[in-house]
Design a protein around this ligand. Structure first.
Ligand code: TMP
Ligand code: ASP
Length: 234
């Protein structure tokens, strides 16, 4: 499958059309941004690593009955995906307090939550992806009632699957972000699942093995991404 016209360039990925109107090619870049792209950098080979990790996780989820936009990996940096209309909601699932939740509520990072917390953020960089609730999402017609019920149910299922998977890899899945899209009357899990979009802490040492190393200048960034790939494939 060949790349045709570039449809879109985001902060970490590019998307291209193909000969098939239902299929697109997603290219993973090494570019990294944080804080609404006010911080910019490159993480060497990140694109290759995130493509591989996303492939493995999409296949895992598909095998457990979660429908995703993933079709197949084409090469190091490219993935064939189903064309979806992205729903402008970022679904954040949290198992342990970190990042945005720690800041919002003045709680120390690392508190294990009694049950997972699902958050919706309105996907709009110029507004800094503001936290909204299910009433906002429906009243603003970002999603229908039925779609939101489906997204919520699937997000908790995805959390259970991923948490158990990473636990076997000695990684604590602290939180992550999902995006969904519409494709031929269905809602599919879209975007990527990688150390860019998840927080992973080593179960024993609590070392951060994700994009927080870039956001917070913790060093050993490439090594952390490689380590997650190593564990995911081991
Ligand atoms: P947060 O604590 O900063 O809200 O992030 C929650 C999770 O979402 C974390 O695993 C990182 C991921 N995330 C993204 O994928 N994209 C983003 O733009 C942000 C802010 C977070
Ligand atoms: N990718 C986001 C940005 O550049 C934020 C993040 O992941 O921290 O704004």
């Amino acid at each position: 499958m060949q790349k045709k016209k570039q449809l879109y360039e985001g902060k970490a990925k590019k998307v291209y059309e193909t000969d098939n109107p239902d299929l697109l090619i997603q290219e993973f870049k090494d570019d990294a941004t944080a804080f609404d792209a006010t911080k910019r950098g490159t993480i060497k080979t990140k694109g290759i690593i995130n493509n591989k990790i996303s492939k493995i996780l999409f296949e895992l989820l598909e095998s457990k009955g979660i429908e995703t936009h993933f079709v197949k990996q084409l090469d190091d940096r490219h993935m064939l995906i189903k064309r979806v209309e992205i729903i402008p909601l970022e679904v954040t699932m949290r198992n342990t307090v970190a990042g945005g939740m720690a800041k919002l509520l003045g709680i120390e990072e690392g508190l294990k939550l009694k049950e997972p917390v699902l958050e919706y953020h309105y996907k709009d960089d110029s507004l800094h992806d503001p936290l909204i609730n299910n009433y906002h999402a429906k009243a603003l017609k970002l999603v229908t009632d039925e779609e939101l019920d489906f997204i919520e149910k699937k997000s908790f299922e995805i959390n259970n699957i991923l948490k158990a998977f990473f636990d076997r890899k000695d990684l604590d899945l602290i939180d992550f972000k999902l995006e969904f899209g519409r494709h031929k009357g269905k809602i599919l899990l879209a975007d990527e699942i990688s150390p860019d979009t998840c927080r992973f802490w080593d179960k024993k040492t609590r070392e951060k093995l994700d994009k927080d190393r870039f956001r917070r200048d913790l060093g050993r960034i490439e090594e952390a991404y490689q380590e997650v790939l190593r564990r995911v494939t081991s």
